[in-house]
Design a protein around this ligand. Sequence first.
Ligand code: TXA
Ligand code: MG
Length: 325
Amino acid sequence: MKYQTKLLSWPEEVDEGARLLMSGECVAVPTETVFGLAADASDPMAVKRIFEAKQRPSDHPLIVHILDKTQIPLWATDVPDSAYALADAFWPGPLSLLLPKHPDVNTAVTGGRSTVVLRSPAHPAFRRLLEKSGLGLAAPSANRYKSVSPTRPEHVLHTLAGRIPAVVNDGAVDCGIESTILDLTQVTPTILRPGPVSAQEIERVLGREVHYAQQDNAAAPGNKQQHYQPSAKAEMLGVEHILTLVKQSEKNRYGVLAYSAGLRQIENQVVGFVLLEADSAGYAAGLYDALHRLDQQGVEQILIERPPSTAAWRAINDRLARAVA
Ligand code: TXA
Ligand code: MG
């Protein structure tokens, strides 16, 4: 263990986090989506520490977090008007924009690419760190590579304790899934990762159609099919199928992740049971915490009730497809 990871209380001790960042260290900090592992985006050594702590391959680029749209030209070049229109509509908030990078931006943070992804986070703790440090902060989700993203400080500690100096402690996050990533370098704006900001909301601002990228496309190299994975094997099934499986097996080590109250009848026949809210926003807010909890209860197999396939559930279905891949 390299560090004795400290929990910094928000807001009392957050300035200690800013000092760590200014000295080139990483700090885990809540955003409105998931916890991020932040470091000075302009310092290749600081960025390297993020990759080491997460054990993430160094060709996977990181999102650079900034205070507001006035900082876009520090990081990007040839910025289209659409980027400013989207920043006006959704920043601070869970929309990340892929743009051509400014020539001065180091390639450690962009994974060697000529593009950079920018977002302005809404969480006050993250904003305080941006203001106090005066830095742009690179921040991937604060978990080891490929595991489930953290939505609570204890999830961060579960995979990164001893590997980072500090976590800003502010309970749970808001959205619960990672930001929407929109590629603005294509002729047609293209969603590389669906998230809390929907295609329809973006289309309304731009007054034009946006596309979805193919899964596992080369434009977002970290966006691997197998991602967000709990240690237990997970499967997505319909309600009837789950009921049959559980009722047929006398002894099982199942965990069930449901949103239909009808599955409550098997609550006492399985090792772990989580009933999430039946609306997509509430479900997303609880999803990663549920996966973390079921994992910690030592279940061998997680039976996930298949969510609806409507547009509102798109980002959730994207993450679940990766969790069960
Ligand atoms: O909500 C979020 O976006 C969270 C919070 C902490 O802000 N961050 C997050 O970061 O999810 P991460 O590193 O786990 O996912 C970032 C994704 C990766 O799939 C990465 O490949 C893609 O963004 N990305 C970043 N910069 C890129 C670039 N220049 N070109 C292509 N893809 C990029
Ligand atoms: Mg991640």
